[in-house]
Design a protein around this ligand. Structure first.
Ligand SMILES: NC(=O)c1ccc[n+]([C@@H]2O[C@H](COP(=O)([O-])OP(=O)(O)OC[C@H]3O[C@@H](n4cnc5c(N)ncnc54)[C@H](OP(=O)(O)O)[C@@H]3O)[C@@H](O)[C@H]2O)c1
Length: 351
């Protein structure tokens, strides 16, 4: 597969000299595998919901970490350096990643502008990885698969998305794989489902409208059928999974579904929330037709409506490949819900 796009090409100083045993993608003078080398700097692009949790997790592991985003985060992840860059500029992205041995892509674009705004972000990160020779660990969601009927999602499923955002994601994955196939970069892709956790408020099905509402004694807003099994990922588990992909040499060159709490129905999860807040949590399911009608007037609602298939059929992420290689992982659901509620309580008690 030829690489269609990927920012700037490989600079001359990265061409392997004849007879060199240097793995492709490593800059001159760097003979060690970046995953196992002692001089390591991990650069996390994105200081949002996952990026900041990942940076904190890596710092806890004793790894030097730099985070990169456009605006200074209000609470910079402890132990991590921060640098400002507009990642759509490949030069700026590469400059911000100087010295990296591993780069993580945890960026995101506005939900209703993915086709125009998301691919240029990834191209900036790809250019940074190509120029530094760093391993690129990219976080993806599951939109690229499209509807799978009753079938649990495994890594070998084709990317057969039928939605605007799903096709964008699938095209972005194809760009990454093409760059890797062409030997321009080494990658590992980690995929996770709709997430929740401390710090997750907006942009998630299980954010403020579920946890915030539950604590305030209001009904949880939910789109679709709550009685179907649905995998929800937990942000600290995603961070741990991405860190494994960045530090274990077996991860490179493959796609991995990141483990999280066991899959249950959305209603069972909401019942657990109710148990822990100590009162019933009603569910206000927004009907699909209403969502479509709202979508006629609002691009954001239209963007939400196209993804509603995920809640009209079982939506189960199979993470057995990861667990068979790297060992059992994933926080028990009750503990994940408790930690999330505990964070929400600290927010509501703030003046
Ligand atoms: N939401 C879910 O349930 C879910 C589930 C699984 C996977 N995912 C995937 O996880 C990834 C990360 O999502 P997230 O929710 O953690 O993201 P997020 O909280 O929306 O954060 C996005 C980050 O991207 C940065 N950014 C955007 N444009 C930039 C630019 N031009 N230059 C530099 N930085 C830029 C933002 O920085 P500034 O604020 O400074 O602009 C921010 O730090 C996405 O690929 C998403 O699809 C999401």
């Amino acid at each position: 597969m030829n690489a269609p796009t990927a920012g700037a090409g490989r600079p001359d100083d990265m061409a392997p000299p004849p007879g060199s045993r240097r793995p492709p993608g490593l800059p001159l003078g760097q003979r060690e595998d970046p995953v196992t080398g002692a001089d390591r700097l991990h650069v996390v692009f994105g200081t949002g919901q996952v990026g900041s949790a990942l940076a904190a997790h890596l710092a806890d592991l004793g790894i030097p970490v730099r985070t990169v985003s456009m605006h200074r985060p209000s609470t910079p992840p402890g132990g991590a350096d921060w640098r400002a860059a507009d990642v759509t500029d490949p030069e700026a992205a590469a400059d911000a990643a100087k010295g990296a041995t591993v780069i993580y892509q945890c960026l995101n674009a506005p939900y209703n502008q993915w086709p125009e705004r998301f691919p240029p972000l990834q191209r900036g990160v790809l250019a940074a990885a190509e120029r530094t020779g760093a391993l690129l660990v990219s976080l993806e969601n599951l939109y690229g698969y499209g509807p799978t009927g009753d079938r649990p999602m495994t890594e070998d499923l084709p990317l057969a998305a039928t939605t605007v955002k799903g096709r964008t994601r699938a095209a972005m994955t194809a760009e990454l794989l093409a760059a890797a196939d062409a030997g321009r970069v080494r990658i590992a892709i980690g995929r996770a489902s709709d997430f929740f956790g401390p710090g997750v408020t907006q942009g998630s099905t299980l954010g403020e409208r579920v946890f915030g509402n539950a604590l305030a004694g209001r009904r949880a807003d939910f789109i679709g059928n709550p009685d179907l099994p649905h995998t929800y990922s937990y942000v600290p588990d995603i961070a741990a999974g991405l860190a494994t992909l960045g530090t274990d040499a077996r991860a490179a060159g493959q796609v991995w579904h990141l483990p999280g709490p066991p899959t249950v129905t959305t209603r069972a999860l909401l019942d657990l929330v109710a148990d822990q807040v100590g009162h019933r949590v009603g569910v206000r399911a927004v009907p699909k037709l209403a969502l479509r009608a709202l979508g006629l007037a609002s691009p954001m609602m239209r963007s939400l409506a196209e993804m509603s298939y995920q809640f009209d059929q079982p939506f189960v992420l199979d993470t057995s490949k990861y667990q068979s290689v790297f060992g059992p992982a994933g926080t028990p659901l009750a503990a994940a819900v408790a930690a999330t509620l505990s964070w929400y309580r600290t927010q509501t008690s703030k003046p």
